[in-house]
Design a protein around this ligand. Structure first.
Ligand code: ADP
Ligand code: MG
Length: 680
């Protein structure tokens, strides 16, 4: 590998190149065209079709500056077949001189642009042109057009990339035979072809990036990403963590006290966690399970193992409502077994907080809370296991913070936003993944109804009916993303309206601006059946679990995202009762809103919904801003190139095991300095 691979350029240019992510020769090699222009052919003017960029050649017949309708430079050129007008609305005086000179000397112009048929016949507006010698040969390859930024012309980029390509080390790093078997051309061949395709190369396949050369590049790119995430995973594994060995007495007692037995999926995941926790390196596991699949008990059983082994467990949830609910549930499960459970949230009064902090630092065995758990001043005595619920709701920084707390605890992350397999492989290549793919038995399927808001009265009647038969209902207020104040006002208005319409019912209200004890009181009253209808904002979106609630009404459902709708709908159907989710919508519906409502109406499986959501939105928006390998993918498309992700994953494992030197060289080629990005 050449050691001095830095691009040599004046500081101003270098700064712009850095903006494009280009600092090394290798970066230039991997800076691939977005499209091509064909300057390998000259089209006779008479044969030129409109609307396609093409090259013609001709002599200048005359050139003049005209003033109608505004000042412009107009040149007339011709070849043997016909005539063409070139029109420049902005031009330099030197251009006029240059064209006059070409006219006087009978020199030819080579012109590239799109022909259109104007008032005075065929013309090109602002074509690219240059004066050529009569023996000048045509381009031998398609002309690449690169992604660029202000201040760097295509020509400048081409002048940098051409020599970089000639000087770079393009040696093959992968097994040639394996590549052949998978229809992947050698690396050198692929980059050379993409920078300079020969005349007649299949432009469509190049443009659509389905050409084998593109597949090779995409494979290499995904491989680099997988190598990077996987090696970060292995590095974390090098660090020690306490072996949490337990005979399983505490977990056994908890299980015996439950009114239900574990599902097969829960048993399987429980065993996976138990095995991880007994290792001398930290568990890094993500537990994915659809809404209602029973993740909490599985996490609680893992916590039992830590506690029995003499360590502490922390359980962090993203909202106060959810954290408090977990606290109450875990306390009810574990305190009777003699476990000391502590509660820590940002809204605790000073004295209470101080007491809790003291407990965390000493005798508490399970500490439940919001992100207050990772704030300054919290010191765990012996943190052995950190559990993060609804992990996608936390920022990367927050999750890292919990990892740093108390040394290097085992980590269990949980998510009810199921993500499709290829996306998971890409986003979570640095984690082990367990899946709860089975719902507890006895769940009644939820019926989803789409109802226009013109028929709101029928929905009111349905609420009345549900309460009359002993059930409870949620009424979710319209989402108003732009303004928290408006959102709050809407919640208050909706509550007032429902109180008037359903004046015989007990109607509660919960929203984000309530004080936490008010929120907790409203939730507790609803859980205890003292409230019939709970009017709520999306604060109830995740985790909330009240099995007697069998009706969910979502107003202006067209404003919500798919995963939000799926989560909200998952608040019902948690008991033995038939449940209904009513999606009230207002016309007119945008096309995407219509598509979303159709998906949620037709599907109940969270994975399928997620898959379709991904197609609708693309991966960036889909998973949020988790800083992971995905920002590194410029070329590969996780949906279209799913097969490559699978291949790259396997190859990454194999290289890291059998040929780490090769893995390092591949990473250096692809990531160079950018790899640091991933070390978070
Ligand atoms: P989620 O995976 O969405 O976090 P929860 O852990 O809140 O789901 O569980 C949903 C409900 O199902 C809770 O009331 C929980 O007690 C109950 N539950 C969990 N596991 C089982 C099971 N194996 N059988 C019956 N009910 C269960
Ligand atoms: Mg949950």
């Amino acid at each position: 590998m050449p050691a001095a691979d830095e691009i040599v350029a004046p500081p101003a240019i270098a700064a712009r190149l850095r903006k494009l992510g280009l600092t090394r020769g290798d970066d230039l090699v991997l800076h691939l065209p977005i499209r091509y222009e064909d300057e390998t052919l000259v089209t006779p003017i008479a044969d030129a079709v409109g609307g396609v960029a093409l090259q013609v050649e001709g002599e200048v017949l005359d050139v003049s500056v005209q003033y109608r309708p505004r000042r412009q430079l107009v040149a007339r050129v011709s070849d043997a077949s016909g005539e063409l007008v070139l029109r420049f609305l902005n031009f330099y005086g030197s251009q006029l001189k240059q064209l006059e000179k070409a006219r006087d000397e009978g020199r030819k112009l080579r012109i590239f642009g799109e022909i259109r048929n104007g008032f005075l016949g065929a013309e090109m507006v602002h074509p690219r042109y240059r004066v050529v010698a009569s023996d000048e040969t045509l381009a031998q390859s398609l002309t690449p057009v690169y992604p660029t930024t202000a201040g760097i012309s295509q020509n400048a980029l081409r002048k940098l990339i051409r020599p970089a390509l000639a000087n770079a080390d393009l040696c093959e790093l992968l097994d040639r035979e394996w590549c052949r078997d998978h229809d992947l051309p050698p690396f050198a061949e692929a980059v050379q072809l993409l920078h300079a395709p020969p005349p007649g190369a299949p432009e469509a396949a190049l443009q659509l990036r389905t050409h084998p050369a593109w597949r090779r590049i995409k494979f290499d790119e995904v491989l680099a990403q997988q190598l990077s995430l996987r090696s970060a995973y292995l590095a974390r594994r090098q660090k020690g963590a306490p072996r949490l060995k337990a005979r399983g007495k505490l977990a056994g007692q908890l299980l015996a006290s439950l009114p239900f037995g574990l599902t097969g999926a829960q048993q399987r995941v429980r065993a996976e966690l138990a095995a991880d926790l007994a290792q001398p390196y930290p568990m890094q596991r993500l537990l994915q399970g659809d809404v209602g699949s029973g993740k909490t008990i599985v996490a609680a059983l893992a916590a039992c193992q830590a506690i029995e082994a003499g360590w502490q467990a922390a359980f962090m949830a993203p909202t106060e409502i959810l954290a408090e609910q977990h606290y109450l549930k875990l306390r009810a499960w574990l305190e009777p077994l003699g476990v000391k459970v502590a509660w820590l949230s940002g809204s605790l009064k000073k004295a209470a907080k101080k007491a809790m902090l003291a407990q965390a630092a000493s005798s508490a065995q399970l500490i439940v809370g919001t992100h207050a758990l990772i704030q300054e001043g919290v010191d765990f005595a012996r943190l052995g296991l950190a559990i993060v619920d609804e992990q996608h709701r936390f920022g990367v920084a927050q999750r890292l913070e919990l990892r740093r707390k108390g040394g290097n605890p085992h980590q269990l992350m949980m998510s009810a936003t199921p993500i499709p397999r290829t996306l998971a492989m890409s986003y979570y290549a640095d984690l082990d993944v367990s899946v709860l793919d089975e719902l507890p038995p006895g769940r009644q399927p939820i019926t989803t109804k789409l109802v226009s808001d013109a028929r709101r009265d029928e929905v009111i009647a349905r609420v009345r009916g549900a309460v009359a038969s002993g059930r409870q209902a949620y009424w979710v207020c319209p989402l108003i993303e732009e303004s928290e104040t408006l959102q709050l006002q809407t919640a208050i208005d909706t509550h007032a309206a429902l109180c008037a319409e359903l004046d015989e019912l007990r109607i509660g209200l919960v929203h984000g601006r309530l004080k936490s004890d008010e929120k907790a009181a409203a939730m507790a009253a609803f859980a205890a059946g003292e409230i019939d209808v709970l009017v709520a904002t999306t604060v109830i979106e995740v985790g909330v679990d009240v099995p007697n609630a069998s009706l969910m009404v979502i107003e202006h459902a067209e404003r919500f995202g798919l995963s939000q709708l799926h989560q909200l709908r998952g608040r019902v159907g948690r008991g033995v009762h038939d449940s209904v989710c009513v999606l009230l919508f207002a016309r007119p519906l945008s096309e995407t809103a219509r598509a979303r409502l159709k998906i949620i109406f037709e599907n109940t499986d969270g994975f399928e919904i997620a898959r379709q959501d991904l197609q609708l939105r693309g991966p960036g928006e889909f998973v949020g801003s988790r800083q992971s390998g995905v920002p590194l993918l410029r070329y590969a498309d996780l949906e279209l190139d799913a097969d490559l992700v699978e291949l790259a994953r396997a190859m990454a494992e194999q290289l890291l095991r059998d040929d780490p030197a090769c893995a390092r060289r591949h990473l250096a080629r692809w990531l160079g300095s950018r790899e640091e990005l991933l070390k978070a």
